[in-house]
Write a protein that binds this ligand. Structure first.
Ligand code: PLP
Length: 376
């Protein structure tokens, strides 16, 4: 089945009792045991498994694909909880190679939570495969890829990273949040794991926090992630799963619209004299354009740009928008704009004059008009 069909019919099952077309929400925290003590209906306790969560996990596994449909997913209460589960599934003393530009929560998590726990991390420019190769150590167990990256939209060649990981005896995990499974399919490029913040494009409406780890196939590593999911308990609620599945149904319709709007906006910004740089992989002069064109089916709805005049000028542009919402996060229907360095904190490597934009589903002429007046 094609991803569009999987998404449009996410969790599709006609309720045998009522004929309901939309799935029910199973709020029950506990499930009845059979007289012989078995759980023949497959559910015991909602932290361990729940019908809505199982439906979401099955849908995410199908959407990401994986060898002969053997992918498996574990859903979490946030993208960060999913990321943490991957790091926790490693062992103290293991080494992780991570990008020098990625979601700041991921790099902060490695530095502040997992370094004291004994996980070693190197932060590398992943657009330079040789520097990744040079960073491999005998204890490297994971190469963490995020492409397009947050917030500089750097593009990493997933197949190349997967190959480096394989020859090092390590796993390659790809944070596919910004592209979504509609635009980028890391398993087809030999990644072993895909991680999502489902808070973003997958749910798509700025109303539910969630995350997932998807494995190309069942594996000892995935079993460890599941154990962490079960024992540490950072699981999404049944309603969160239901909302995420509802969002997924329109993902195939939303992603081309986000991409088309972002492409138009990027071209408009490129021609504006107050803009000193535009970071969008759909622009032919973006350094990762060729790789993005090869490994993505479209360039997505995220872009960032730098404002001539530095931090104050960038803050001033953000202050003047009328239609864009000044807010963090991304992937929803409404366009958001954000001064990224100030939310990432003083240690942030993000340029001070950079604004990140999550391009929504509004009419793009209205978005262009709003940025034009904010930049004027
Ligand atoms: N990965 C990426 C690429 C993100 O942009 C984010 C959040 O912005 C996360 C992970 C973390 O997701 P969550 O906020 O759901 O924990």
């Amino acid at each position: 089945m094609n991803p569009e069909t999987i998404a449009a019919q996410a969790a599709h099952r006609i309720d045998g009792e009522t004929g309901a077309v939309a799935p029910p929400i199973y709020l029950s925290t506990t499930f009845e045991r059979d007289p012989d003590g078995e759980y023949s209906r497959g559910f015991v306790y909602s932290r361990v498994d729940n019908p809505n969560r199982r439906a979401l996990e099955q849908c995410l596994a199908l959407l990401e694909g994986g060898e002969a449909g053997r992918a498996e997913a574990a859903a979490f209460g946030s993208g960060s909880a999913a990321t943490a589960a991957v790091f926790q599934a490693l062992a103290p003393g293991d080494h992780v190679i991570a990008p020098d530009d990625c979601y700041h929560g991921t790099s902060k998590m490695l530095r502040e939570i997992f370094a004291p726990w004994g996980l070693q991390a190197s932060f590398v420019d992943m657009t330079d495969a040789d520097s990744v190769r040079r960073s491999v150590l005998p204890n490297t167990r994971l190469i963490w890829v995020e492409t397009p990256s947050n917030p500089l939209l750097k593009i990493t060649d997933i197949a190349e990273m997967a190959e480096i990981a394989k020859s090092a005896g390590a796993l390659c995990a790809c944070d596919n949040t910004w592209a979504s499974p509609m635009l980028q399919r890391p398993f087809e490029l030999s990644a072993d794991l895909v991680v999502h913040s489902t808070t973003k494009y997958l749910s798509g409406h700025e109303d539910v926090t969630g995350g997932a780890v998807v494995s190309r196939e069942d594996s000892a590593f995935l079993q460890r992630v599941r154990l962490i999911q079960n024992l540490c308990g950072a699981v999404p609620s049944p309603f969160d799963c239901w909302l995420t599945l509802r969002g997924i149904r329109t993902l195939p319709a939303r992603m081309p619209h986000h991409s088309a709007n972002a492409g138009r906006l990027a071209r408009f910004l490129q021609d504006n004299p107050r803009v000193s740089a535009v970071h969008y992989p759909g622009l032919p002069d973006h350094p990762g354009h060729d790789i993005a064109a090869r490994q993505m089916s479209d360039f997505g709805g995220m872009l960032s740009f730098q404002v001539a005049g530095g931090r104050d000028a960038a803050m001033d542009v953000a202050a003047r928008v009328r239609l864009f919402v000044r807010a963090t996060s991304l992937g929803g229907t409404q366009s958001l704009i954000e001064h990224r360095a100030s939310i990432e904190g003083p240690e942030s490597p993000t340029p001070d004059d950079l604004l990140r934009v999550s391009v929504g589903l509004e009419n793009v002429d209205d978005l262009i008009a709003d940025l034009a007046q904010a930049l004027s």
